[in-house]
Design a protein around this ligand. Structure first.
Ligand code: CTP
Length: 397
């Protein structure tokens, strides 16, 4: 299901240099429609000012247990009850230690102690502090008690060291949050998704490809993981980050994509082919770079590739759901319906690629989901929201 809008998210900020990254996280969460309630420890305010968080979230920034609340409620209990999720970042060694030992001596630790909402902790500190056995034990203990620890990234640390201890980037923190906010209605399902273009090599420097960005396939994979599925994503060359929790297999050519998919297809409950697979590859691959002096080479001879989806349709397992995409520049419905039937699909997602707003590179899409019984036309929306609608639709069957 959709990570429902307007969740109440408490953003805990403790005193680490990476506190500045929480500003961007606050902004992204607010833009996504959530209500963000920042709580800053005293030390956090030495790194970033509360005014920044207040301006971004449009909510007051709490830090003190004893300032009178705006309403007649007990501040720490009200925030603890209202929250759908807590995220603390950077979570310092001190804060982790306090939590692990049940110490509630400021607003943030008190509210966390009083909440039943999921609590995500994103530690960030010097690599030696992180590896300190006491800190490690505290983190293990908190995990055992049901807190969700986010693994810190590795790289250059503000203290000058190289190593693990970086606060993950806000987009990654957002992925963790979305995972925890999403209902798990795809648990137990194995889902295979293909994405991106393929590259059909002509010689060592040239290839045939297409404009596919892979964004739609990656959005589907992210959505399926968030909803609890076991997801394999087979992708051609794209410039996108691996969605959290997805098993990503990178391929290059249509042949490689076909081999990879056929190897694992029979074990899948749902297969969605969002890849723009090349229909043809050069009949000959030239090991040497083709020189322009070869003037007789006026045409490139091509050979058809395997239609992966059509083949999957022929060998479809019992109860397996097969979903294709139809990227069309004309006669959208007629062409999509023909592909649904000819490739033996359960659903086809039809989209018009001529619109500049919703085309290959765009973050938006406008689709119609077609089965043999119904046709559902959707408004223009983000590819992530489109992915949500696609799963909402296909799991009904
Ligand atoms: N597809 C596939 N293998 C191919 C070509 C396409 O699995 N060699 C899949 C795509 O991933 C998509 C669906 O088939 O899910 C339709 O792809 P599309 O490019 O729209 O259509 P084609 O079948 O290639 O037909 P045409 O190019 O004539 O429109």
């Amino acid at each position: 299901m959709e990570a429902k809008k307007e969740k109440n998210i408490v953003l805990g900020i403790t005193g680490g240099i990476a506190a500045y990254k929480m500003v961007e996280l606050a902004s992204r969460l607010t833009k996504a429609g959530h209500n963000v309630f920042p709580i800053m420890t005293d030390s956090a305010q030495k790194f970033v000012g509360p005014v920044t968080f207040r301006s971004i979230t449009h909510n007051s920034v709490e830090s003190d247990l004893f300032t009178p609340p705006a309403h007649h409620d007990v501040k720490h209990i009200s925030l603890a009850d209202r929250a759908d999720l807590f995220i603390v970042g950077p979570a310092t060694a001190n804060f982790i230690g306090k939590l692990a030992n049940g110490i509630a001596d400021d607003l943030l630790s008190t509210v966390i102690m009083a909440t039943k909402a999921p609590v995500l902790l994103a530690p960030s500190m010097n690599v030696h502090m992180l590896n300190n056995p006491i800190v490690q034990d505290n983190m293990d203990y908190l995990t055992e008690k049901g807190y969700h620890l986010i693994t810190p990234g590795a790289g250059y640390l503000a203290c000058g060291y190289e190593g693990q201890g970086r606060l993950p980037e806000p987009v990654e923190l957002l992925e963790h949050i979305n995972y925890h906010l999403t209902d798990k209605d795809l648990v137990g399902l194995k889902i295979l998704i293909s994405a991106g273009p393929t590259r059909e090599k002509i010689d060592p420097v040239r290839f045939i490809t297409n404009y596919s960005s892979g964004k739609m396939g990656f959005a589907l994979a992210r959505e399926a993981v968030n909803r609890g599925a076991d997801v394999t994503l087979v992708s051609g060359p794209v410039n996108l980050d691996k969605p959290l929790g997805v098993n990503l297999i990178k391929v290059d050519s249509a042949l490689e994509m076909a081999d990879t998919i056929f190897n694992i297809s029979s074990a899948q409950d749902i297969i969605i082919m969002a890849a723009a697979v090349a229909d043809y590859r050069p009949s000959q691959y030239s090991k040497q770079k083709i020189k322009k002096s070869i003037s007789e080479m006026k045409a490139l001879e091509l050979t058809a590739t395997t239609d992966i989806l059509a083949q999957l349709g022929k060998q479809k397992e019992k109860d397996q759901l097969l979903v294709g995409f139809a990227a069309e520049s004309e006669n959208l419905m007629k062409n999509a319906e023909a592909k649904l039937k000819n490739k033996n699909l359960d659903y086809i997602v039809a989209n018009d690629i001529t619109s500049s707003e919703t085309g290959f590179m765009s973050d938006l899409n406008q689709v119609t989901i077609i089965s043999k019984d119904e046709k559902l036309e959707f408004e223009k929306m983000s590819k992530q929201a489109t992915a949500r609608q696609i799963f909402n639709c296909i799991i009904k069957s």
